[in-house]
Design a protein around this ligand. Structure first.
Ligand code: ASP
Length: 452
């Protein structure tokens, strides 16, 4: 029987959700009991889907890293892989930030008719007044939607988190960096030991890895329903066009910059460094990209990213289990780009031209804070707040700018998360190719078969 490929099913669910969400969001229907009930049902199924994805993250990260590193064999391979991975993450994040920086300076979304945009400035001032009257208000806005949930940390905190005092607590708290570091250590220790005990221990994690991937496949069978349920309430709340009304020029700059990174920079790297077909890679990752877009969470998407990169792109377990879990946590090209654009945009609105030196500091902070941003929806807002606070832009109340930007954040978050996940996947492919994996995206059945 004819069966639509998974990514088509998800795409159709997305379009259907946009239509239903737009109907639910219509003025005349918004308050109708039926619409409220249906939206609540959607929220319930959306939460179920997110929970199911999150459910596999901890065991999957642990098992996939341990079995991947233990399979690396000697430490010299590990050092080389680590070096390439970090180099790729830093390099691509910098390319993304510079793309954003150039566009925001060239297009000046904070300006209107050559002058700082008064309308947006007034909106900032109105928000600032609200916050001054009731400081708890901003807290409410950010935390009500889980937006303050796990924000950003400074670099010292990030380093401290890497060595968790209690790995079980790190797992329970979703502290991925600590979990990754502990898993790398176990994997490393396994490469140093011989005998039946360590071998059996390693086999157990190989098995757990396979089991988690099988569960992920099962969860993805429900993806069209999950995606539909997640997106309907978002569109009903913000509206398809409402998303763009207030901050059209700003949103356009962000989307253009993200688009350049996604459609130009990444494919060029795939083509000339990875020496693979970018089109094949888009196809291989379609499911993961659509899930990233729908969930706005690179962490929740990780199980699907891993599955696509192994099953469809044919990257080995050795490379994928090292690069992808780390990438989902620390490599956020879209987020870094967004942070930079927001800060310079906010300065433009209040009529402050940032000097080259000041912009350089913003670039640096965007690079560093994007590492600490958690892979959950809207996590970068807290990073932006940190940069705005440290930039001390005269006349700007950082919280007010933030509260205003929240109106368009959700949609932009969906887009930047897809870019974050795509960059991770390109990294896995490029690193695998430089490690001599000839079969990656070679166009065999289903792209290429996964290797062990
Ligand atoms: N939602 C993004 C992610 O999970 C993080 C952010 O930029 O807010 O990748």
């Amino acid at each position: 029987m004819f069966k639509l490929k998974e990514h088509w099913q998800i795409l159709i669910a997305l379009v259907a959700a946009a239509i239903v969400g737009a109907i639910f969001g219509a003025e005349a229907l918004k308050e109708a009991p039926f619409v409220k009930g249906a939206t609540a049902v959607c929220q319930f199924f959306g939460d179920l889907f997110m929970n199911a994805l999150k459910m596999v993250i901890v065991p999957l990260i642990v098992a996939s890293i341990i079995s991947g590193i233990a399979g690396l064999g000697k430490m010299e391979g590990f050092g080389r892989l680590g070096g390439k991975t970090i180099g790729y993450y830093a390099g691509t994040s910098l390319i993304a930030i510079l793309t954003g920086l150039i566009l925001v300076n060239a297009i000046k979304p904070g300006y209107r008719d050559g002058k700082p945009d008064e309308r947006i400035k007034q909106a900032f001032d109105a928000q600032a007044e609200l916050i001054a009257k009731d400081p708890a208000q901003f807290e409410k806005v950010t935390s009500a939607s889980g937006r303050a949930e796990k924000g950003t940390k400074n670099i010292a905190d990030v380093l401290k988190d890497m060595v968790p005092a209690n790995p079980v607590k790190a797992a329970a708290d979703g502290q991925m960096l600590g979990l990754i570091f502990f898993s790398i250590l176990i994997g490393w220790a396994l490469t140093q030991l011989t005998g039946d005990g360590p071998a059996a221990f390693k086999n157990m994690f190989d098995g757990l890895n396979d089991v988690m991937i099988a569960i992920t496949r099962l969860i993805m069978k429900f993806a069209p329903i999950g995606v539909f349920a997640l997106v309907v309430p978002v569109i009903a709340e913000t509206g398809v066009t409402g998303v763009f009304q207030s901050l059209a020029k700003f949103a356009a700059v962000v989307l253009l910059a993200l688009g350049i990174h996604f459609f130009v920079a990444m494919p060029l790297l795939l083509k000339f460094v990875g020496k693979v077909s970018p089109i094949r890679h888009y196809k291989a990752m379609a499911e993961a990209l659509l899930t990233a877009f729908s969930t706005a969470s690179s962490s929740a998407t990780l199980p699907i990213t891993l599955r696509c990169i192994r099953d469809n792109a044919g990257v080995s377990r050795r490379v994928s289990s090292f690069t992808l879990p780390l990438g989902a946590t620390v490599n956020m090209d879209g987020t870094a780009l967004y942070e930079c654009v927001v800060v310079i945009f906010a300065a433009q609105v209040v009529g402050v031209e940032m000097t080259f030196g000041e912009q350089f500091v913003v670039v640096f902070l965007a690079l560093i804070t994007s590492i600490g941003v958690a892979g959950v929806p809207s996590a970068s807002l807290v990073a932006i707040l940190i940069i705005l606070n440290s930039a001390k832009i005269p006349g700007l109340v950082p919280e007010a700018a933030m509260a205003f930007i929240l109106t368009v954040d959700r949609f932009l978050d969906m887009c930047r998360t897809a870019v974050n996940v795509f960059s991770d996947s390109c990294g896995a492919v490029i690193i695998a190719r430089t490690e001599g994996e000839e079969d990656v995206l070679s166009g065999g059945p289903g792209g290429a078969s996964a290797k062990g």
